[in-house]
Design a protein around this ligand. Structure first.
Ligand SMILES: NC(=O)c1ccc[n+]([C@@H]2O[C@H](COP(=O)([O-])OP(=O)(O)OC[C@H]3O[C@@H](n4cnc5c(N)ncnc54)[C@H](O)[C@@H]3O)[C@@H](O)[C@H]2O)c1
Length: 352
C-alpha cells in the first residue's frame, strides 16, 4: 500500500481497513490471493485449509492465523475468499454466504449449473456480495482490447478467435486438475477464462460446438461459438505444451479493423485500423506485465473491494460466471456427442 492511500493498481483503498478477510484453500491461488489482499488496505487475518500443514505454511508466510476449522474462520472475518479446488466451490461459497460473509471465489464458478444457481441464491438470500474471480478481464491487454472495441475502434465484431495453452497439470504427478469430475478438464478449468472474455466482448452465446482430444498428457479442445449478435468465435485450449510453457493469444476482427495479441510477442497488443493500415502500419498499445500496477490478481481483488464499498455492480457478475460455465458444459457435451448444443436461458431454478 502506498502512502497516497492508493494501491499499486491505483484504486483508492480508503475505508478498506474496516474489512477483515480470510482465505480458504492455501494452495497456488490461496497464496496469490493472500499476496494481493496484503496490498488492498483490508485486513487479511487468517487462512483455513483442510490440510493443516498447507494452512500453516501460508499463515507463516503472510504472518496471519491458521484457523483450525472453516467455522472458526467464518467467525473471525467479514470477507471469505474461496481458493479451494473447483469441486468444493459451491459448498464453501454457500456456507460462507449463509454465515453472512461477502464472498470472492476462484473460477470456474462450479462444476454444474445447479451448483452455480445455489451459490447465487445463497448470496441473494443472505444479502451478501458474490464475486467470481474471472481474472482475464483484469489483464491489461485483454482490458485494453475491450476498451478499444467498446470505443468503436474495430467496428462491429464479427469473429473472435483465441488460444490458451499450458503444460498438462498431471505431468508433475497425480492432481485433482486432471480428474474430469473434479476440475471439468481443460474445457472448464482453462477455457472458461476465454469463454468469459469472449462473452464480455461478443455478448450472449446461442450455440456451441466442440471437438476435443484426450491422450497421454494431452487435453485439447477447440470450441466454435455462434453468438446472438451473429458473430462467431473459435476458442482453443490446450494442456499439452512442454512443461513451463504458457501462451495466450487472440485475434478479434471487426468490420473496421483487427486486434491481435500474442503473449509470446514482445509488443503483445497491436491495433490496426483498416483505412490507416497502408499508411501507418500498426499502432502498438503498450502494456507492461512486469509493472505491479498491472497485476491482474491485485486488480480483481481491488475491484471487488471497491464495488463492495460503493455498492456498484461487479465487472463480472455471478450470472456472467454462471453463463461461462454453461458454455463450457455445453462444449463438453458437444465433444461427447459430436453435435452442436443450443443454449437454454439460464435460471436460478437450474438443474444439471
Ligand atoms: N485464476 C487463475 O489464474 C487460476 C489459476 C490456477 C487455479 N485457479 C483456480 O483456483 C482454484 C484453486 O486452485 P489451486 O491451483 O490453488 O489448487 P491447489 O491444489 O494448488 O490448492 C488447493 C488447496 O485447497 C485445499 N483444499 C482442498 N479442499 C478443501 C476444502 N474443502 N476446504 C479447505 N481447503 C481445501 C487443498 O488442501 C490445497 O491446499 C481452482 O478452482 C482453480 O481452477 C485459478
Amino acid at each position: 500500500m502506498s502512502d497516497t492511500g492508493k494501491s499499486p493498481a491505483g484504486i483508492s483503498s480508503a475505508g478498506a481497513e474496516r474489512y477483515s478477510v480470510g482465505v480458504i484453500g492455501a494452495g497456488t491461488m490461496g497464496n496469490v490471493h493472500a499476496d494481493a489482499w496484503r496490498s488492498t488496505g483490508a485486513r487479511l487475518i487468517g487462512v483455513y485449509d483442510i490440510d493443516p500443514a498447507a494452512g500453516e505454511r501460508l499463515a507463516t508466510k503472510f504472518g496471519i492465523a491458521a484457523f483450525p476449522s472453516r467455522q472458526a474462520l467464518f467467525d473471525a472475518v467479514d470477507i471469505v475468499d474461496v481458493c479451494t479446488p473447483t469441486y468444493t466451490h459451491a459448498e464453501n461459497v454457500v456456507a460462507a454466504a449463509q454465515a453472512g460473509k461477502h464472498v470472492v471465489c476462484e473460477k470456474p464458478m462450479a462444476l454444474s449449473l445447479e451448483e452455480c444457481a445455489s451459490m447465487i441464491r445463497a448470496a441473494e438470500q443472505a444479502g451478501v456480495r458474490l464475486f467470481i474471480a474471472q481474472v482475464v478481464r483484469f489483464f491489461a491487454e485483454f482490458a485494453t482490447a475491450k476498451q478499444l472495441i467498446d470505443s468503436g475502434k474495430i467496428g462491429k465484431v464479427g469473429v473472435y478467435r483465441s488460444t490458451r495453452g499450458g503444460s498438462n497439470p498431471g505431468e508433475a504427478g497425480p492432481t485433482w486438475f486432471t480428474q474430469e469430475y473434479r476440475s471439468g478438464g481443460v474445457v472448464l478449468d482453462l477455457m472458461v477464462h476465454d469463454i468469459d472474455y469472449a462473452r464480455w466482448v461478443c455478448g450472449d452465446v446461442e450455440r456451441v460446438y466442440c471437438r476435443r482430444f484426450l491422450g497421454a498428457n494431452t487435453d485439447y479442445a477447440l470450441i466454435t461459438l455462434r453468438f446472438r449478435s451473429g458473430a462467431i468465435g473459435h476458442i482453443e485450449g490446450s494442456w499439452a505444451f512442454p512443461a513451463g510453457m504458457f501462451r495466450t493469444a487472440f485475434d478479434i476482427a471487426g468490420d473496421g479493423g483487427l486486434l491481435t495479441y500474442d503473449s509470446e510477442s514482445s509488443a503483445p497488443l497491436r491495433f490496426r485500423r483498416r483505412e490507416q493500415a497502408a499508411a501507418k502500419g500498426g499502432v502498438v498499445v503498450p502494456s507492461s506485465p512486469m509493472d505491479p500496477a498491472d497485476n491482474p490478481y491485485l486488480k480483481e481483488i481491488q475491484h471487488f473491494l471497491s464495488c463492495l464499498m460503493s455498492g456498484e455492480q461487479f465487472l463480472v457478475t455471478a450470472y456472467d460466471a454462471m453463463a461461462a460455465v454453461q458454455v463450457a458444459l455445453a462444449a463438453r457435451q458437444s465433444a461427447l456427442t459430436g453435435r452442436p448444443v443450443t443454449l437454454e436461458p439460464l435460471s436460478l431454478g437450474q438443474k444439471g
